[in-house]
Ligand binder design. Structure first.
Ligand code: NAD
Length: 311
């Protein structure tokens, strides 16, 4: 358990019975399995799953994310193609790069790191990505498929949350899940995934009234709002499972640290909770690799089908 979490629990809550969901360990297991599969692919055919990551501008946080995506992709044995463009890049030049990556047979996944500089239209760029290579799952075709229960590429963060929930709870049928936050990249796809698992789903957002009374009725609470420790202990019923997606940097007593959207130290009565850091965060890159492998497999299946058709 991370040192800061231990300190929090000891300082504020002597009886802390909730399981702490170790996303870091789970993600390590996931990437180890992916590595084995990629090694098998390498030994059986001349193709390798390839992920292209596009970064526009110098945003320091984005630069760190992109570097860690490259490291993890290479460590999994996949090909990594990194495109770093200046922040003066025009919409047309970025769209042209996306078109080239769409047509490149060595690239099976394309990720354009967000946020883009303000002069660029992120929606148009995402819509230009081939949905079959949209490993972020943000393209409207993948969002639509997810909504109607078809075989979509699913956004990495909610996919990771769902893996953790299924691992912990198994069958989710009939459970009441409250998702706090309705963004296109976390809240909405999370709600769709929970619906697919036959949960009863409530989606809450900044205009929801009496949020605490909603979350208090939930068996599962997923929080993705970006507000440090907004969800308090008395918002959660005993035995509920809490997934904290939030990542917030706060400065306390002159020290900077990361906290989630949930007041972790007040969650001792929960069934289980994800810590921040070390909970949902590590799952996101693991799921990016998983989506890239899935996009590769689907491309191989399409190639086989078209070869059969032409024979
Ligand atoms: P967003 O800003 O796009 O959406 C926030 C949502 O929270 C909105 O739907 C808004 O209605 C809701 N909201 C805001 N204030 C609220 C309030 N007081 N009560 C109820 N709802 C409220 O954010 P996002 O991209 O979905 O990200 C949310 C958080 O998750 C951020 O902290 C972000 O850093 C984090 N995040 C983490 C990962 C990861 O890998 N762990 C990935 C994506 C996002």
């Amino acid at each position: 358990m991370a040192g800061h979490i231990e300190a929090l629990i000891q300082a504020e809550q002597p009886i802390f019975e909730a399981d702490i969901i170790d996303g870091k360990a789970f993600a390590a297991g996931l990437t180890a399995r992916i590595k084995v599969e990629v090694a098998e692919i390498r030994s059986n055919c001349d193709k390798v799953p390839g992920l292209a990551v596009v970064l526009v501008g110098e945003d320091p946080a984005s630069s760190v994310y992109v570097a860690s995506k490259r490291r993890e992709t290479q460590a999994a044995g996949m090909s990594s193609f990194e495109h770093r463009l200046p922040d003066t890049t025009s919409q047309e030049d970025l769209m042209e790069l996306v078109r080239q990556l769409n047509a490149d047979p060595l690239v099976h996944g394309i990720l354009v790191q967000l946020p883009l500089p303000r002069h660029l239209d992120a929606d148009a760029v995402i819509e230009a990505i081939d949905p079959a290579k949209d490993v972020d799952g943000f393209h409207i075709a993948n969002a639509g498929k997810l909504a109607v229960g078809q075989n979509a590429l699913v956004p990495c963060t909610p996919l990771g949350c769902m893996m953790l929930l299924k691992d912990l709870l198994g069958d989710l049928t009939g459970l009441h899940a409250v998702v706090v936050g309705r963004s296109n990249i976390v809240g909405k796809p999370m709600a769709q995934l929970l619906l697919q698992e036959d949960c009863t789903v409530t989606i809450a957002h900044r205009h929801s009234r009496d949020l605490a009374s909603l979350t208090r009725t939930a068996d599962i609470v997923v929080v993705a709002v970006g507000r440090p420790e907004m969800v308090r202990g008395d918002w959660i019923k005993p035995g509920a499972t809490v997934i904290d997606v939030g990542i917030n940097r706060v400065v306390q007593d002159g020290r900077s640290r990361l906290v989630g959207d949930v007041a972790f130290a007040e969650m001792g009565h929960a069934r289980a909770i994800t810590p921040v850091p070390g909970g949902v965060g590590p799952m996101t890159i693991g799921c990016l690799l998983s989506n890239t492998l899935e996009a590769f497999r689907r491309a191989q299946a399409r190639d086989r089908a078209s070869a059969k058709e032409n024979s």
